[in-house]
Design a protein around this ligand. Sequence first.
Ligand code: ADP
Ligand code: MG
Length: 657
Amino acid sequence: MARINVLPKNIADLIAAGEVVERPSSVIKEFLENSIDAGSKNITVEIKNGGKTYIRVTDNGCGIEKDDVRKAFLSHATSKISSADDLDSISTLGFRGEALASVAAVAKVELLTRTENEEIGVSYKIFGGEEVELAEAGCPVGTTLIVRDLFFNIPARMKFLKKDVQEGNYIASILEKIAVSYPHISFKFIRDGKLNFSTPGDGDLKSAIYAVFGKEYTEGLLPAEYEGNGISVTGFTGKPTAGRGSRSGQHFFVNGRYIKSPMCITALETAYKNSIMVGKFPPCVIFIKLPFSAVDVNVHPAKTEVRFFEEKKVFDAVYGAALNALTLDTRPKASFSVAKAFMPEVVKGEQLKISETVTEKKDEVKFEEEKKTVITEKTEAKAPSLVTPKPETVVKEPISTKLTFNSREAQTLDFLKDEYVNKNEKQFNISINVNPDASSTEEPKASKTEVVTEKDEEVQIATEEATPVPDFRIVGEAFKTYIFAELENKLLMIDKHAAHERMLFEKFKSQMKSFQQMLLVPVTVSLSPDEYNAVLENTELLYKAGYEVSDFGDRCIKVSACPTELVDEDISAIITEIASYLSTNSKTVMPEKLDWIYHSMACRAAIKAGNTTTDIEIEKFVKELLSRDDIRYCPHGRPVMVEISKRELEKQFKRIV
Ligand code: ADP
Ligand code: MG
């Protein structure tokens, strides 16, 4: 290492000022950075009482030359930079020359060091900034720093320290991050006499992560890589099923330095949007490498905040790496131990649901029989189909025999037809069929006209391009909720609602405007003033989502058209829900609002657990599902499919061990 110089005042003043030593963990951080800068391969940290009474950091780095020892404890004394220009491209972790001086000012510090050029080392003691001893001492090459009784001379500062456990946890947290960011260095952490962790230092990131964060954390990771725009990203991000309840498992590093960056978090979480459960956060250990001149690390004295000169590029790199990781995700495996833990509750829940459905169905039949009307047909058609209808089947047969309109309704119908055809001449085909002789008991909800957009063609193409489907066999359906299929040597279990919901979500998104169906009798929805205004401000957005809405006056909104998939749903409730969302999220960006609307649409339109599905529908549905790589999680992040291998089943039945 170069010789130590005291920086001239004009350079020193350029460096972000601030307290270096706030608590024991800040001492550890500074010392570890010095050990790493010194090229150490082994670093041991020992603490007692959360580091308040005792800290020892031992390394086998280059050591400090005898003649430099005193100087190292002077303010702004550093061997790492010597001119203002060096500040523009900092490649070492330390550069301010403040740490040793600051720590020595507020604690009892002992140093033991030797370089490989020297036969004998140095022992130096400095208490509260006062030199106590400088003597020769026998020691191995490297440096040991011991800090006793931090803040012994500033009782006021000592009072601000937390309990030993908490201070110890701060230290552990810093050490963990540093240990995983230097997998080629072996770190040992001893806390109150017990070994907390020890990394192998074999250069393998995964083994460092394993040593520090444990088995479960490591098994939930996917490799994440990205290269472009002079930025490289390496590391790991979590499988969506390994989402955690907080962001504490997210670790970002820039050029080897741990950083806090809301921008990086956003980039990561944007990639996981709709793949991870709401309220869960993807873990990650991500290393961003970019030219030293593209990042300013001199923003904050604690040095965890950085400023990127081209934020967008860094965002894209992190986002890209996370997306790449997600493509490597495989179907979640069914876990027998987890299933056991949840079994009683799940079974109870399902039984309840089924019996409810059966009772409902019975009532329906009775009602239908009593009335002997066409309602039976309508009720059955009401359960959404799992199978994406072919474009030509989207236009349902006009239900002329079942509809009736009084003269006013017929006028509205004519008026709507004219208005719609005129406005959307190129975009829609309309077929309307009116039979004034039909029964008058029919609900207005059934009086609808089918309208299909030109987008049909695109959908057709997309289906044709889907990946080939491997041979599978439907085993059956359980609890009217889970479809079982045999595929190669695996048994697949599919949650039909979750899978269908995701499929519809993707469909809505890809079309940007869903199939739209015009309502013969428009629905009027009465809203609160805020909701009413929010809807009127977002008519464009709603049109994109498949709804045609207009002002009906007196805080009422007229809905003239809705997405085909939602035609049997309660339009008024849907619009009220959207209106409430729009009024409370006025600042949210447009794509996010649309996403939310698609999401709620998909959830409503998807087949529900408990709905009856025919064998043919199941067959077609699974075929489509297996041809789509993008259908892995429902928009809430729940898996749509889990698998068990034949081997695993054989193990469960003790056919093999
Ligand atoms: P900085 O790290 O900003 O240069 P410090 O006050 O932390 O400032 O350290 C002052 C100097 O002491 C460093 O520049 C380095 O030359 C030397 N030094 C400190 N710790 C070690 C160590 N563990 N091994 C070798 N040299 C060290
Ligand atoms: Mg330093």
